[in-house]
Each structure stands twice: as C-alpha cells, then as structure tokens.
Design a protein around this ligand. Structure first.
Ligand code: HEM
Length: 339
C-alpha cells in the first residue's frame, strides 16, 4: 500500500526495536549485528553507476532472482532476524528496514554514527532487479576489487575503508565456503582488522572443502580457559590490500588512526546506502517507482507454512523456522569441536 513517509518518532521506535534484537546468544558470536551489516551492504552493493541499476531501493533480495544469488547465501538469517520488527511496524519498507538496521548495528557494536535517510520503497515485482554476479569474489585480488567498486562509483581509499567492515562477523563454510573470523572480537567495531592485516604473517591454508584462505594463529597466546584461541582468517581480497601500492597506504593510516577510519567509514557507508537513490531538495526519493507508488511497503512475509492465497508465496519467505535448527547445529560445532 502506498503510504506516508515515516516520521522521526516512528523511526526512533524501529531503531529501539533493532537494538533489542541484536543480542542473540544462540547465534554465531552472540550478535545479529554483523550479518545485518552484510545484508545492507549486499542490498546496496549491486549498484552500477553507468546503467543506474541496482542498489538498496526496492529490497530486491526478497525475490529469488536476487536473494538466491550464491553471493547472498546466509543473508536469510539477517532477513529473518528482522521479521518480528516488520510484524510490529508493518508500515516500514523492507528497503528502509534493512539499511536502517545496519547503521543501528554498527553504532551499537561501538562504531560511528552513520547518516541515514529513509524513503526507500519496496518493488512490487522482480523486473527491475540487477543481474547476479555484481558482488565481489573473495578469491580474487586488487584488480577485481577495483572492477567491482569502481562500477559503484567508489575510489581506492573508499574501497579500503569499506573493507574495514570485516572487523565484524565471520565467514561460514556453509555460506561462502570460507571459515572463521577476521578479528578476536567480531562483534565490536574497531580498526583491528587493519592492525592485524599489517602485523601478522598471513599463511595460505587450503580448507577441507578446497577453498583457499589466509590464516594466522597466535602461537604464544592462551585463552583464559587455557585453550588455544580460534585461528583468525583473511580472504585473498583482504590480503591483496597489502600488496597494492595504492591500497596499502590507507591500510596503514587506518591501522594507526582509529578516528580517521571511523570518520571515513561513516562517510563511505552512508554513500553506499544511497547508491542509485535520487532525492529532491527535501530529501524525498524521486526514483520512478517511488514517484509512482509513494512509500510502498511490501506486506510482511509469512514465517510459517504458506497460507492459502499467501501473497508472498513467490518471495523468499518462510525462512525463520529451518534456520533455528541450523543455528543450534552451528553452536554445537563451535562449542564442541574447535573450528
Ligand atoms: C571487498 C570485497 C568484499 C569481499 C570479497 C567480501 C566477502 C565476504 C565473505 C566471503 C564473507 C563471509 C560470508 C559468510 O560465509 O557468511 C563476508 C562477510 C562479511 N562481510 Fe564482506 N566482503 C567484501 C566487502 C564487504 C563490505 C564492503 C562490507 C560492508 C561495508 C562487508 C561486510 C561484511 C560483514 C559484516 C561480514 C560478516 C557477516 C556475518 O558475520 O555473517 N564486506 N564478506
């Protein structure tokens, strides 16, 4: 339904609700924050400046065409974390909710304030969705990063600043094929990623699934319980920031100056969330579908079995239930067998 743009007071209620759901003791490292950040990034990172397609407007990942892209594997966890909020505040568009949740998460995990402006609409079908394959491939290097991020309109400094989001979260063998976290505390936003990139001797490791990543184990450090700490990892794309003469100076500056990193990250992440969105002087989005339909929020996806006449049956819905099982198994593996 077309409706009015949300007020600041309404948005404050949504932000408060996101803050309450971030703590998820049964999931990964205890927070939904990292995967929510990745959801927003992947929703926006499909943007192509020359064709002006893709981006966070529309919430295209609700559709199989985009949600089923292997690059988006695992993001159903993020989407289903947000479903109770959508149920409580059905007026918010998925496109606004996904992006807003990321900046609330970053702030709550100790990161900077990031500017966010709402007004995104939800597409009513998948006709405007970008083709798959626009997101970066972690197995490649610096030239690939330029190919992907220049397409969105970013420069080298911005590529390095954005990569700092890998201070958060982890790789999952059943999602991307990579395994492990980049930093010791993956639910605290900091510049540790750059410090570790520079400080450690990253060694190539082939995982049982044949995927190659870089790893480092702190030999002399013992965790409080006397156990070895979890091995840290880097993707080939992360390590490529070190050997590229234009990227490396930014890695060094961000490692040395957390405030500078926070400042640059806030700016570049805000830019990411605005890709493909055109606004008038009052901040109202004037993309074609927004002008035609206004602020149109898609109905909440059902998270139970498909009801007769379910208007979301063709969307990537019904995700929440099966995920609980997967999370329980992941916790068991993490707590029992060391990763
Ligand atoms: C530079 C190119 C990038 C590559 C190749 C890349 C690749 C990856 C891969 C393979 C994962 C693991 C997914 C999984 O197995 O669950 C991941 C996780 C993540 N990425 Fe990136 N990424 C890139 C850039 C970014 C950017 C720009 C952001 C945000 C600004 C970001 C935020 C995240 C976060 C927060 C996670 C953790 C998700 C979780 O814990 O579930 N990444 N990334």
């Amino acid at each position: 339904m077309a409706q009015e743009q949300p007020t600041a007071a309404q948005l404050d209620e949504v932000k408060a609700a996101v803050r309450t759901l971030l703590r998820q003791p049964g999931y990964d490292d205890g927070s939904a924050g990292p995967v929510l950040v990745r959801l927003a990034w992947h929703s926006a990172g499909t943007y192509c400046a020359s064709t002006n397609t893709g981006g966070s407007n529309g919430a295209g990942m609700r559709y199989e065409k985009e949600g089923g892209d292997p690059a988006n594997a695992g993001l159903q966890h993020a989407r289903s974390f947000l479903e109770p909020i959508k149920a409580k505040f059905p007026w918010i568009t998925y496109a606004d909710l996904w992006t807003l949740a990321s900046i609330v998460s970053i702030k709550e995990m100790g990161g900077p304030d990031i500017a966010w402006v709402g007004g995104r609409t939800d597409y009513t079908d998948d006709s405007k969705l970008p083709p798959r394959g626009r997101l970066p491939d972690g197995a490649l290097g610096a030239e690939h990063l330029r190919f992907i991020f220049y397409r969105m309109g970013f420069n080298d400094q911005e590529i390095v600043a954005l990569s700092g989001a890998h201070n958060l979260g982890r790789c999952h063998a059943d999602r991307s094929g990579y395994d492990g976290k980049w930093v010791n505390n993956p639910i605290r936003f900091s510049n540790q990623y750059y410090k570790l990139l520079l400080a450690n001797d990253w060694k190539k490791k082939v995982l049982p699934n044949g995927v190659e990543q870089f790893v480092y184990v702190e030999e002399d450090v013992e965790a409080e319980d006397g156990e070895r700490p979890e091995e840290l990892m880097m993707l080939p794309t992360d390590v490529s920031l070190l050997s590229d003469s234009s990227f490396r100076p930014w890695v060094e500056r961000y490692a040395a100056d957390k405030d500078l990193f926070f400042d640059h990250f806030a700016k570049v992440f805000a830019k990411l969330l605005e890709l493909g969105i055109r606004r008038d002087v009052n901040g109202r989005i004037i993309n074609e579908e927004n002008v035609e339909d206004g602020y149109r929020s898609a109905p909440k996806k059902s998270d139970t079995a498909t009801a007769p006449g379910d208007q979301n049956a063709d969307q990537l819905g019904h995700e929440a239930g099966p995920l609980k099982n997967k999370n329980t198994k992941f916790q068991a593996k993490k707590n029992g067998a060391k990763l």
